[in-house]
Design a protein around this ligand. Structure first.
Ligand code: ADP
Length: 334
């Protein structure tokens, strides 16, 4: 149901693949991360070694997977892709590690969800390029040391705070990805429109960008929805009135909040008098997983200045009350 959210749908997966930036130069925005990463990669290349392990941290849809692929291609290396939830047993990870060749990039998405035994194996692999594989069970079990080819681990996480500190400490560089500014999303949209052959007016691009929750994946998704509308109800050209009408159909409001964002906001304001309230209570109130509310909705609502995190819980700001067409109480945070 989250048409405009960052969850991955199969069809959008293909779309994402076409639109993925292929090089650092092609990657829009995140100037700071790009500069830092360029230094890490060029430095290692100059020394003829493999770069330190890299952690990419930030909300969904900001380009972590794209950057992982770019890292591999900038290094001229192969990339092996897996994810935290797929590494349930240490043996799953041992199999991946033992197949690496020197210089490979191993990408682990959602690395904060890796199971404990696999995580412990990963420590040793990251630090010493070695794993101990345990064979057998009980008193007869033996541990066989295996060498792993020097590789670069690229981990991606929406919750760097959920990483254990031994794991976090083994990354030589952490890239903190920020939400994109509107002009950066305009550039993302212009690039995508060019690739997809969509006639997108400048002011329509600004409108769609402003409603994309600071997230390129959402910008691309909205672009497709707006294109559908333009082709079915108009001439195919995406103009400002067409973009506005399409976004209304898809329940994306003037600030880019979608239905779940608004549900969270109105639960906070109307259900809990503006807070403070814990994030899991809010999640129950809107019938969503706490992780979705915490990792997808909350970062954006905080960035938009609609909710604030306080030691006692989440609080609605005056802007949140106004956004819902309500008068804030006198003591509301501004
Ligand atoms: P994440 O792994 O952080 O969830 P992805 O790397 O899968 O995000 O990015 C989602 C999509 O957004 C990509 O397929 C790409 O189309 C687009 N995208 C993300 N970042 C950028 C960027 N900096 N420039 C252009 N497109 C981007």
């Amino acid at each position: 149901d989250r048409t405009v959210n960052a969850g991955r749908l199969a069809a959008d997966g293909e779309l994402d693949a076409n639109l993925r930036p292929r090089s650092l130069a092609d990657f829009i925005g995140q100037a700071k991360v790009r500069e830092q990463l360029e230094l890490v990669l060029r430095g290692a290349q100059g020394r003829g070694g493999t770069p330190d392990h890299i952690l990419l941290s930030g909300p969904p849809g900001l380009g972590k997977t794209s950057l992982a692929m770019i890292i591999a291609s900038e290094l001229g290396s192969a990339i092996r892709v897996t994810s935290g939830p797929a590494l349930e047993r240490a043996g799953d990870l041992a199999a991946m590690l033992s197949n690496l060749i020197e210089g490979d990039v191993l990408f682990i998405d959602e690395i904060h969800r890796i199971a404990r035994p696999a995580e412990e194996m990963l420590y040793l692999a990251m630090e010493d390029f070695r794993v101990d594989v345990v064979v057998g069970k009980g008193p007869g079990a033996t541990s066989i040391p295996l060498d792993v080819a020097p590789f670069t681990l690229v981990g991606a996480t929406t919750r760097s705070g959920a990483l254990t500190s031994p794991l976090r400490d083994r990354f030589g560089f952490t890239a903190h990805m920020e939400f994109y500014e509107t002009d950066e999303l305009v550039a993302v949209l212009a690039r995508s429109a060019r690739i997809l052959g969509i006639a997108l007016d400048d002011d329509a691009a600004v409108e769609v960008a402003g409603r994309s929750r600071g997230t390129p994946r959402i910008a691309n998704r909205l672009l497709r929805r707006v294109r559908d509308y333009a082709e079915v109800r108009g001439t195919g050209e995406v103009t400002l009135p067409i973009a506005r009408a399409a976004l209304t159909v898809y329940d994306v409001d003037g600030r880019g909040l979608d239905r779940l964002d608004r549900a969270v906001l109105s639960a906070l304001v109307q259900g809990f008098g503006g807070g403070p309230v814990g994030v899991s209570t809010l999640a129950v109130a809107v019938g969503e997983e706490p992780a979705t509310v915490e990792e997808v909705c909350e970062p954006f609502l905080v960035r938009a200045g609609l909710i604030a995190r306080t030691p006692r819980g989440r609080v609605a700001t005056a802007a949140a009350w106004h956004h819902l067409g309500l008068v804030p109480p006198a003591d509301a945070l501004s």
